[in-house]
Design a protein around this ligand. Structure first.
Ligand code: ADP
Length: 288
C-alpha cells in the first residue's frame, strides 16, 4: 500500500529500517500510515503525490507554532518532512494512540484552546502563507480583521469557486454587500493564535484523555472564526464551550455571527469537494 520509493525515502530520512506499516484512514486530503521502526518506535506518516512541494513543510511549521504556544494541548512532534525520487511529499510525526475521553477531557480541551487564543500578535496574518486542505492560504498581514477576512480569506476562495463555475457571478454581488456590513457586524478583537482548521476530524483524545490537535492551518486571526468552525459539523461537547468561555468569554451575539465566519470553510469545502457546500454559501450570503 505504500509505494517502494516512499518506503526507501522514509528509511533514509528516519535513518532506520521500517519493521511494519499499517494504513490509517480518516484523512480528507492525504494518505496516511502507522510505521513501526526497527527500534519499536511508532511514527505517523502522511503523504501526497500531487500536493504543492511545501505543503508539509508549512504543516510542520504550524505544528511547531502551536507547540511553542505552551498550552497543554497535545501537538504531535514532527520528526521529518521530505520528498521521494518520484516527488511524493511526506511528513512523519510522533504516533499518538487515540483513546477515549475522560470525565474532564472536553473541559480541559476548551480551557487549553482558550489559552492558545490568549497568544496575541500585533497584526492578523502569519509569518508565512500555508494551506487549508491542499488549497493555498494567504496570510499577508493586516491591521484589522475585516480587511484580513475579506482579502486573505473570503475573496480568494470566492474567486476560485466562481472561476470553476461552482458559484455564479451574481454571488459576487451578495458578497460585496456583506463586505460593506462586516465592520459593523464583527466585534473588534486582538489577533489570536489559531489552529486554523479545527473541526471534529482534526482532534482526538489520546490514551490519557488529553486533546490532541493536528493538521492545522495556523495564523493569527479572530478567535470567533475558530469557534464558529467547531460548530459547523455538529459541534463539540457542551463542556468544551463552557470552559472556553469561562476563561475567555465571547462577545454577545456570537451565534448570529457563526454563519458569517463559516462562509470561509464552506467556500473551501466547495472548492475542494464540490457537493452541497456551494448551496450553503449562497443561502448564507443572500441574507446580507
Ligand atoms: P489529512 O491531512 O489527509 O486530512 P490528517 O492529518 O487529518 O490527514 O490525519 C488523518 C487521520 O490520521 C486523522 O483523522 C487521525 O485519526 C489520524 N492521525 C493524525 N495525526 C496522527 C498522529 N500523530 N498519530 C496517530 N494518528 C494520527
Amino acid at each position: 500500500m505504500i509505494p517502494p520509493s516512499l518506503k526507501k525515502a522514509l528509511q533514509e530520512s528516519l535513518n532506520s529500517d521500517i519493521k511494519s506499516i499499517t494504513g490509517v484512514s480518516g484523512g480528507s486530503i492525504n494518505r496516511a500510515a502507522r510505521l513501526e521502526l526497527a527500534s519499536g518506535k511508532l511514527c505517523f506518516v502522511k503523504w501526497n503525490e500531487t500536493a504543492d512541494p511545501d505543503m508539509f513543510v508549512k504543516e510542520q511549521k504550524g505544528l511547531e507554532a502551536l507547540t511553542a504556544a505552551g498550552t497543554m494541548l497535545c501537538i504531535p512532534e514532527v520528526y521529518t518532512t521530505g520528498r521521494t525520487t518520484e516527488d511524493t511529499g511526506f511528513l512523519v510525526q510522533e504516533f499518538i494512540d487515540e483513546g477515549r475521553p475522560k470525565k474532564d477531557s472536553a473541559r480541559n480541551f476548551g480551557r487549553e484552546l482558550a489559552r492558545l487564543h490568549q497568544n496575541n500578535a500585533k497584526q492578523f496574518g502569519f509569518v508565512h502563507d500555508n494551506y487549508i486542505g491542499r488549497l493555498p492560504q494567504s496570510n499577508q498581514a493586516h491591521a484589522n480583521w475585516t480587511d484580513f477576512f475579506i482579502e486573505e480569506r473570503l475573496a480568494p476562495q470566492l474567486q476560485m469557486a466562481v472561476d470553476a463555475g461552482k458559484l455564479g457571478s451574481q454571488t459576487n454581488h451578495h458578497f460585496e454587500q456583506l463586505y460593506e456590513q462586516l465592520p459593523d457586524l464583527l466585534p473588534k478583537e486582538p489577533p489570536a493564535l489559531l489552529h486554523g482548521d479545527l473541526w471534529g476530524g482534526n482532534y482526538f483524545y489520546d490514551g490519557s484523555g488529553q486533546a490532541t490537535v493536528y493538521d492545522p492551518a495556523v495564523y493569527y486571526g479572530h478567535r470567533e472564526i475558530e469557534l464558529a468552525f467547531t460548530h459547523l459539523f455538529g459541534g463539540f461537547e457542551a463542556n468544551f464551550y463552557h470552559s472556553y468561555e469561562n476563561i475567555t468569554p465571547l462577545e454577545p451575539g456570537f451565534s448570529d455571527r457563526k454563519d458569517i465566519y463559516n462562509l470561509y470553510p464552506l467556500l473551501v469545502h466547495a472548492n475542494l469537494f464540490g457537493g452541497s457546500y456551494a448551496r450553503q454559501v449562497r443561502s448564507i450570503v443572500k441574507r446580507f
